[in-house]
Write a protein that binds this ligand. Structure first.
Ligand code: GLC
Length: 560
């Protein structure tokens, strides 16, 4: 199955052809100044791009600042551009990391299509670690984009779109059209010499949960590709436009919801087994916000797109209000909840979700610093999950779901609680671990998720790239440098493990795979971003206040 894109597709923009583009002038972005990583103020998408803002998201406005050069196009087998581009010596493990990343490449009919989750020959059980996971591929994709190798990312985006088109069934129940797979595999028939794809939408996954995050990561990656290459033609194809609309229609339909957050089953994201993250997990809410904002920049204002654009703007407005008001926790807010009255009825209620102050866990009172704060794990009626989750908080910073003050407070918390959240091996997926009776009830006695292991307070090197990006955005690169220094002491020596165990993350995880691709790619992305912070624009969005206002008031649209 090949995608028929030839007719409608313009020539892919390379460095040379960008300036030739008649309807979209990105040429000024090519001369943008290098940024000093020591700068303390937040990096702004628009100030990064040195483009005067058009004041809207009419044609030109939407992709303002979309181009962030990552070096010229290189062959997939070539040397890393980052070490060639920069004068200082790369760390000795960077070369090994690139080699390991390239070893994990998966080819489909001769074309590189993705990277397998882990290249661990020593492990007896392969399970599905020999597959290309959508979420796992994101740091690989960013590494290739930053290294000037966008082709593999384009292939991945187009092929996963084809997979989205498949009919998806778990037992006798059909999944929504827009669902994207958790992972896929290339099967090679040696006799016929053909490659075919096999995808898993949750029907084979342990627990049978469909990944809610895959579609969001797909949209985020499409924007990263567009921003990195300056190639608008891919996002503009009818196939990509439809793919975005299908993903979004799964989340924007109206129903019984009273909250703008997205209701999810346990295990539908990076934490893909039962860990008590059902309901409204922060990871999904942040990714949802980021995917909506990214789609808003890329959707065409044609008949089909317009309807979505209006819905997105309305949802973003409500979602940011809800998250910033109810998921945010700092010293003051904690004190307020501690003193909450309960059983309040009607519109005047302060304690809207009827949270019982006794449900605040003891650890939180000591953990909460006077300065600092974070988005808690989950909020629903009478239930606040006060745990810290790294991915959701980092994405909240990158997507600008967090206000600048909240972003600063999250970084303050990380500095204040370094031992707990970063430890000896960065960084904790969540904090604290659940133990004993609570572990039994919440995980269903999961032996892989025992305290301070795997998803239950384990330390995941892949999260380094997200931390680094958030550090650069908030003007705190020294925090990332400190974390990367720690990682560099162990990662290669330990064989790039999937995760570490223990309160300080000191031990290689009990069942951790070695040569876990996203541990390798995450490290490379973190390094390249610190070397050249202009890469940040690929995965960071600034809040566009005008964007959050009702779209109907706008006059300009960028396609009609
Ligand atoms: C584990 C992780 C999941 C990851 C997969 C492949 O299942 O929980 O987040 O995508 O491994 O690495």
């Amino acid at each position: 199955m090949e995608l028929a894109v030839g007719g409608g597709m313009r020539r892919s923009a390379s460095h040379g052809s960008l300036t030739e583009s008649d309807d979209f002038d990105l040429s000024r972005l090519l001369n943008k100044p290098r940024i000093n990583v020591e700068r303390q103020r937040s990096f702004d998408d628009r100030s990064l791009s040195d483009v005067s803002h058009s004041g809207g998201y009419g044609r030109g406005g939407a992709f303002d600042g979309m181009y962030s050069p990552g070096g010229g196009l290189r062959s997939l087998m070539g040397t890393p551009a980052s070490s060639a581009l920069h004068s200082f010596e790369p760390h000795p493990i960077v070369g090994d990391a690139w080699e390991a990343l390239r070893r994990s490449l998966v080819f489909f009919r001769g074309q590189p299509l993705g990277t397998i989750a882990a290249f661990d020959h020593a492990s007896e059980e392969v399970l599905n670690y020999d597959q290309v996971f959508v979420r796992d591929f994101v740091p690989s994709a960013l590494a290739f984009l930053m290294n000037g190798e966008p082709e593999i990312v384009k292939n991945f985006l187009l092929k996963t779109l084809l997979l989205q088109g498949w009919e998806k069934k778990v037992d006798r129940f059909k999944l929504g059209e827009g669902a994207m797979p958790a992972s896929f595999k290339v099967l090679h028939d040696a006799k016929k010499n053909v490659d075919t794809l096999h995808a898993d939408f949750g029907e084979s996954a342990i627990g049978r949960v469909a990944p809610v995050d895959s579609g969001f990561w797909w949209i985020i990656l499409l924007r990263a590709y567009t921003k990195s290459t300056g190639d608008l033609t891919l996002a503009e194809t009818p196939e990509c436009q439809k793919g975005m609309r299908l993903i979004l229609s799964l989340c924007l339909s109206e129903g019984f919801d009273t909250f703008p957050t997205l209701l999810c089953a346990d295990g539908c994201c990076m934490i893909d087994r039962r860990m008590g993250v059902y309901g409204y997990p922060i990871e999904i809410q942040s990714l949802f916000y980021m995917a909506l904002s990214s789609a808003l920049q890329m959707l065409k204002h044609d008949n089909e797109g317009k309807e979505f654009i209006e819905k997105i703007a309305t949802r973003l407005h409500a979602l940011s209000y809800h998250m910033r008001s109810y998921f945010w926790l700092d010293f003051q807010q904690l004190n307020d909840i501690y003193r909450y009255k309960t059983e309040e009825y009607s519109h005047t209620a302060v304690n809207k979700f009827n949270v019982i102050p006794d449900s605040i866990p003891d650890w939180l009172f000591d953990f909460m610093p006077c300065q600092g704060g974070f988005f808690i794990g989950n909020v629903s009626p009478a239930r606040m999950d006060f745990r810290w989750f790294a991915l959701g908080n980092m994405i909240a910073i990158l997507s600008s779901l967090a206000t600048p003050e909240q972003s600063t407070a999250i970084m303050d918390l990380i500095e204040e609680r370094w031992e707990e959240l970063i430890g000896e091996m960065p960084l904790k997926i969540c904090y604290p671990a659940i133990e004993n009776h609570e572990w039994r009830i919440v995980t269903g006695c999961d032996p892989k998720n025992t305290r301070w292991s795997y998803h239950n307070g384990g330390s995941w090197p892949v999260l380094l790239w997200l931390l680094t990006a958030a550090c650069i955005k908030t003007g705190r690169p020294q925090i990332a440098r400190r974390a990367i220094d720690l990682a560099e002491r162990r990662l290669l020596k330990d064989g790039w493990p999937e995760y570490y165990d223990g309160k300080l993350g000191r031990y290689v995880g009990k069942q951790a795979r070695k040569f876990q691709t996203w541990s390798i790619a995450g490290y490379l992305v973190a390094k390249m971003m610190l070397e050249d912070p202009s890469h940040l624009g690929m995965i960071s969005l600034e809040e566009d206040r005008a964007m959050l206002k009702p779209v109907l008031k706008r006059s300009a649209s960028w396609t009609n």
